[in-house]
Design a protein around this ligand. Structure first.
Ligand SMILES: Cc1cc2nc3c(=O)[nH]c(=O)nc-3n(C[C@H](O)[C@H](O)[C@H](O)COP(=O)(O)O)c2cc1C
Length: 423
């Protein structure tokens, strides 16, 4: 023990987080790490550790959760960056664990574990000795952590206390919407992502999550190499859209719904994704010569939509299949109408965000489509709606007056041909 102490004292300990420390008193950050207990901890030892941590965390305005499983610790800490840095230095020095590996550290806009000075989560409370103060994680969460420890930042969030909106009356619409976002939509996506429709599924959910996290951390270089590696192993650009890039964009949107990041962070993440795709352009994008008998498609993000990655992917997918789409970025409905007046188009491909649900934009999208049809030289203009709001929802496409919705850039040409009149 004395020997271990000496070693700890001589180890450089100045822990400095990679995010910048802001002067702003309100700024918050999170650190997630994992480590291994130096010896298996008794319940009493775990309780002592946990209670000491809670006392100090309370004084330091730090909240979070610590999961103990099979001699491994996973901990999410959140609070003011300076305090986090201080506490993290103590934690690193602690002889009760070793191999401390930081899995994520970044600024956050809101606490996920507000009110929890440091909740202990473990399945080994044996008889509930102090189980009233411990949470019992689901077996599948613990199994996932054992399989993919690097997913801890996301998996720990599933343990967070449900944040209730401050409403003073019963609001069933809000309740249904919360339920949809918290349980139904993630479940639908989880089911959708697992079995691929057309592409070979060699990219899994863990990779999707990893890419989304790299984008969120603005690690464009790592994102580029990851996409590059995936492309090399899959050897199909279109397959990559469906199995990795689009799910990663949706995962970014989930992060914002889960309040792990802001909508602004999603926009920045999407910019990195678009840059990453462009950087790889010369190597992986080899457009075929445009065929002569392909439809004239106008690809645009819906006027006012900042997230243009859906339009970029669709356009690229069409080029890959020998079509020659025309891409524009109209600032408003009038500009879009002008483009449709000036040129002949068979199809208008109009996209909302690939990451975020934009239900509240649907009425506006309906107006855009109505005005576009009226302005179009082609009286039989076909309109395809895409984006997360239309992902697996034919009703949403019908609601805005589109002829069809599109689920993935991989399927865009097929979706268009399905609704084009047969000659
Ligand atoms: C796995 C693990 C997690 C810990 N988490 C915290 C924590 O969240 N907050 C905290 O103040 N101390 C935590 N500690 C205890 C600290 O390592 C340390 O003992 C305590 O903060 C006192 O710090 P000091 O020895 O620098 O005075 C943890 C220790 C271990 C082994």
């Amino acid at each position: 023990m004395a020997q271990a102490q000496t070693q700890a004292e001589t180890t450089p300990l100045d822990y400095s987080p990679s995010f910048s420390l802001k002067a702003n008193n309100d700024s918050l950050a999170t650190i997630v790490y994992r480590s291994r207990a130096t010896s298996s901890l008794s319940y009493e030892a775990l309780e002592t550790l946990s209670k000491t941590a809670q006392l100090r965390n309370h004084a330091e305005s730090i909240t979070g959760v610590m999961l103990y499983d099979e001699s491994c610790f996973f901990q999410w800490l959140e609070g003011p960056p300076e305090n986090l840095s201080r506490v993290m230095e103590s934690i690193r020095r602690d002889q009760r664990h070793e191999d401390v590996e930081i899995l994520s550290e970044r600024p956050i806009t809101a606490r996920m574990f507000g009110g929890w000075d440091m909740k202990l989560a473990t399945r080994s409370t044996q008889g509930g000795i102090w189980a009233h103060d411990v949470i019992f994680p689901k077996l599948e969460t613990v199994r996932e952590l054992r399989r993919h420890p690097d997913l801890a930042p996301t998996l720990l969030v599933t343990l967070a206390p449900k944040q209730r909106p401050a409403v003073d009356h019963f609001d069933p619409t809000r309740m249904v919407s919360d339920l949809l976002h918290a349980a139904v939509i993630p479940e639908i996506f989880a089911r959708h992502i697992a079995p691929p429709v057309a592409a070979p599924q060699i990219i899994n959910d863990a990779a999707v999550l990893r890419l989304a996290e790299l984008l969120l951390a603005s690690d464009a270089d790592a994102a580029v190499s990851m996409i590059h590696e995936a492309y090399t192993s899959q050897d199909s650009l279109l397959g990559l859209f469906k199995s990795l890039l689009e799910p990663a964009a949706r995962r970014l949107g989930d992060f914002s719904v889960e309040q792990i990041c802001s909508d602004y962070d999603v926009t920045i993440g999407l910019c990195h994704l678009q840059t990453a795709i462009r950087l790889l352009g010369s190597e992986m994008m080899s457009p075929l010569c445009a065929g002569t008998a392909t439809p004239a498609v106008l690809v645009v993000p819906a006027p006012g939509e900042l997230h243009s990655i859906g339009a970029a992917l669709n356009s690229e997918a069409m080029w890959q299949q020998g079509w020659a789409p025309h891409s524009e970025f109209p600032a408003n409905d009038r500009e879009l109408q002008q483009i449709l007046k000036d040129g002949w188009f068979d199809v208008l491909d109009l996209s909302l965000s690939t990451s975020l649900e934009r239900e509240h934009w649907l009425p506006r999208m309906a107006t855009t489509i109505d005005l576009a049809r009226r302005a179009s030289q082609n009286p039989d203009l076909i309109v395809i709606a895409d984006g997360r709001s239309f992902f697996q929802s034919d009703e949403a496409a019908a609601l805005v007056g589109a002829d069809a919705g599109n689920n993935s850039a991989t399927d865009i040409t097929r979706d268009i041909l399905n609704v084009m009149p047969k000659k």
